[in-house]
Design a protein around this ligand. Structure first.
Ligand code: SF4
Ligand code: SF4
Ligand code: SF4
Length: 286
């Protein structure tokens, strides 16, 4: 029973966040969103503790899949808002700090000061689909510098709203806010899937989009550099150099080098999924 104590922790934290946000912002949606997210992560942790061997990897995948309808459908539809990066930037540029902005602030700008890229491990609606693709991840030799391609995508994502407003004099208040937002949310999200899914098959890497194309990952990077939560080495156990951690890390982090040096994983690509910890035969990673 002792080992199940951590199961309720996410739910408990989520309830505290719910109370804080509901009493300050007074929007009923918070009563649904955070309890559901907390519950989903608790289910994931429970499965991880209950199942054996590599089957434990499924816990997080179920949690992120459970969270998908909440963030991809419930929140945008009840708010009639676009939560994709381009849509949020468009309305922030005209001074409208909507719930989409609150989402970005909590999940992707300031939240990573605590949970680093945890959103990518447990909350992202794009990755929730990618993680279930029937793709067998293979190690490719793509140099890490290719991940800088994401800057081009970020440039495009920021340029589109800037171009619309400052060059074409588009006024989001008349045609976009609460009118076309939802439509563009699903169009732009569909485009992300259209790039991400084929890329996973072409490169034999479920998270290829995260590594080489996703502009949102770069939004999280600055805070992730100094974020608190890190996967740590268990100083009592030794690394036997089996490379299981490196071979199973969905983000291609060189976990073994951190463990060999008894250092916490500070790589900003780490999404805190704990897959490396699950597959480590010596319980070196926690
Ligand atoms: S890198 Fe982008 S697509 Fe991948 S999980 Fe993070 S936000 Fe989602
Ligand atoms: S899985 Fe564990 S033992 Fe194997 S290389 Fe990684 S840290 Fe070392
Ligand atoms: S280093 Fe471990 S926790 Fe981080 S992304 Fe890789 S497998 Fe997941």
């Amino acid at each position: 029973m002792q080992k199940y104590k951590t199961v309720f922790l996410p739910l408990l934290i989520a309830l505290l966040v719910t109370i804080t946000l509901y009493t300050t912002i007074k929007w009923w949606g918070f009563l649904v969103i955070f309890p559901w997210i907390g519950f989903s992560i608790s289910v994931g942790i429970f499965l991880r503790l209950k199942l054996k061997g590599k089957k434990r990897l499924i816990g997080r995948k179920i949690a992120i899949l459970m969270i998908l309808p909440c963030l991809l459908f419930f929140v945008p539809i009840v708010n009639n808002e676009n939560f994709q990066l381009e849509g949020v930037v468009l309305i922030v540029l005209v001074g409208f700090f909507s719930k989409g902005f609150i989402h970005y602030a909590i999940a992707k700008i300031f939240g990573p000061l605590i949970w680093r890229r945890g959103f990518c491990g447990y909350g992202c609606w794009t990755a929730a689909v990618l993680d279930w693709l029937p793709v067998k991840n293979k190690h490719n030799n793509i140099p890490r510098s290719y991940r800088n391609l994401r800057f081009i995508m970020l440039f495009l994502s920021l340029s589109i709203p800037i171009y619309l407003i400052f060059v074409l004099s588009y006024n989001p208040w008349t045609d976009f806010v609460n009118k076309q937002e939802l439509k563009w949310m699903f169009i732009s999200n569909g485009l992300y899937y259209l790039i991400a899914i084929p890329l996973a098959f072409i490169l034999s890497d479920k998270r290829a989009f995260c590594k080489y194309a996703c502009p949102v990952s770069l939004v999280m990077t600055p805070a992730s550099k100094i974020g608190l939560l890190k996967i740590k080495p268990n100083l009592d156990n030794d690394c036997i150099g089996c490379k299981a951690c490196n071979n199973n890390c969905p983000m291609g982090v060189d976990v073994m080098s951190f463990m060999k040096q008894n250092k916490a994983i500070s790589d900003t690509e780490c999404i805190l999924c704990s897959d490396c910890s699950i597959v480590c035969p010596t319980n070196k990673i926690r």
